[in-house]
Design a protein around this ligand. Structure first.
Ligand SMILES: *Cc1c(COP(=O)(O)O)cnc(C)c1O
Length: 482
């Protein structure tokens, strides 16, 4: 066995072979590892050779010829290609969860993608006032739009909604008490908890009411000389049912006004329009919160709004101006790509019909069942037609009813009816459903779906029709079917 090690090709030989290898793209030949940094290729070749050494030790080879460069080359190339892929990459979302926090939440509208590309590649008037040639404000590009869309007097945008809540509390309430209902002390995924954010911002949480019911008199009894604000938090990712009571914002506002206190509302997802006509329940919109008297409202840019990651703060000018001047604002500020994407997204909202068609999150949320049904049967047809080797008794493709979710802690109760493409493996298949699910995570691009009742299900709601061919290709790779 020890003599076999000597037959392994040298690293330099491997690198030379990889560098000389080309693929034909149209009429021109391109290096197979075009654009992959040399040091990365070298590391991967070393790892590959280590792997082969392990295999030699394990007795996987009997003959020196199996260890020639020619013999090892195809595996080596596949290994290097796989390892050279960027870590951060596109996936196909077949889960039907529209605002999937783990998969990047919202897809940007075409207009927003173009604005990001433009801002990324060129200098811009980010903080340069073209009217005066002097320094300008990065918020000016979106502030007027946000005011127009929400009815607020002023606005600013920070890194995300968690940052928005933090800076609002830090600016307006530090060292003093903020009154919040016990029923609203929420935890959002990724360990954002209202009591902890409150502690970080140096505020003292004053909980009132019971878990299920809070009355106006509870808030009133808690108001004292140390009170800085009343706060309402949208219970975005859960719903209380039964014997429950929350105080409406309007009543809180009336109470707060008699004591000269501001009302802060964290809307969480915060939409800019209503969705009842599309069969979704009524969720409070930012403009309603402003109209009902909230002095400061915060919400996410990349949940139901469908824009870039951002924390939007709108409200009364005197408060917004103070927040803008907080030194924390510098640490939490948005970059030019966010400004570009947000302005382009908000412009679409000026015409709600344009927004519903052009903002992918809204389009997916409001997609009619008839369209989902058509897409499910199209995708199922494509798979049946082209996965013939697997279909030969091994795989079964069906369309069936199911539900999708908005996700992102929005509309937690809403089941969106959909039609799923359900893949079932027959007895005798060497792959289990969980094995298939796992194998699809390693395809290019990876395909994520959900396993329900023993079937691997794909929801056409979150798959663009242009992605159907990629879904087929991923399944081919995972099933080893060609
Ligand atoms: C999602 C959410 C947040 C955090 O928003 P991010 O944009 O994820 O930082 C805060 N509060 C509520 C109520 C939320 O739903």
């Amino acid at each position: 066995m020890s003599t076999l090690f000597r037959h392994l090709p040298a690293v330099d030989q491997c690198l030379a072979a990889l560098a000389a290898d080309t693929v034909r793209i149209g009429k021109t030949a391109q290096p197979v590892l075009q654009g992959v940094p040399r040091p990365l290729v070298k590391d991967l070749v070393n790892s590959f050779l280590d792997l082969v050494r392990e295999e030699i030790r394990a007795g996987a080879f009997s003959d020196a010829a199996q260890l020639s460069l020619t013999a090892l080359y195809p595996r080596m190339l596949a290994f290097v290609r796989q390892g050279a892929k960027p870590r951060f990459r596109r996936v196909l979302n077949g889960t039907g969860v529209v605002v999937h926090t783990n998969m990047g939440r919202s897809l940007l509208a075409r207009e927003a993608v173009a604005a990001v590309a433009e801002a990324a590649a060129h200098y811009s008037n980010l903080e340069f006032d073209l009217a005066t040639g002097e320094r300008g404000s990065r918020y000016s590009h979106v502030e007027a739009l946000l005011c127009r869309l929400t009815g607020a007097e002023a606005a600013l945008v920070v890194n995300n909604n968690a940052a928005a809540v933090l800076i609002v509390l830090d600016t307006l309430c530090k060292g003093r008490e903020v009154i919040v209902s016990r029923g609203q002390l929420v935890e959002i995924g990724g360990s954002f908890r209202i009591p902890e954010v409150m502690a970080k911002s140096g505020c003292i949480l004053r909980e009132v009411g019971a878990t299920n019911r809070t009355h106006l008199r509870d808030y009133e009894a808690a108001i004292g000389s140390e009170t800085a604000a009343l706060m309402k938090v949208h219970t975005s990712n859960f719903r209380q049912v039964g014997f429950v009571k929350e105080v409406p914002l309007g009543e809180l506002k009336t109470l707060a006004s008699t004591f000269g206190l501001p009302v802060i509302e964290d809307l969480g997802s915060g939409s800019l329009m209503r969705f009842e006509a599309d069969g979704l329940p009524g969720e409070p919109s930012a403009s309603e919160a402003i109209a009902d008297g909230a002095d400061v409202v915060t919400f996410s840019g990349d949940k139901v709004l469908g824009g870039p990651q951002a924390g939007i703060i709108v409200g009364r000018r005197e408060f917004i101006e103070r927040i803008k001047k907080n030194p924390l604002n510098r640490a939490l500020r948005i970059d030019k790509l966010t400004v570009a994407a947000l302005e382009a997204t908000l412009r679409l909202y000026l015409d709600p019909e344009l927004a519903k068609a052009g903002v992918p999150t809204l389009a997916m949320m409001t997609r009619p069942l008839s369209s989902l049904r058509a897409q499910a049967s199209r995708l199922a047809g494509l798979l049946r037609k082209h996965l013939s080797a697997s279909l030969d008794g091994r795989l079964d493709v069906a369309v069936r009813r199911g539900v999708s979710r908005v996700g992102g802690g929005a509309f937690p109760e809403a089941d969106l009816p959909t039609e799923l493409v359900a893949l079932r493996l027959n007895e005798g298949s060497r792959l289990s459903i969980d094995g298939l699910r796992q194998a699809l995570l390693a395809t290019d691009p990876p395909l994520v779906g959900r396993v329900e009742d023993g079937a691997f299900c794909l929801d056409p709601r979150t798959l663009d029709i242009s992605e159907h061919a990629l879904v087929l290709d991923a399944l081919r790779q995972a099933l080893g079917d060609d």
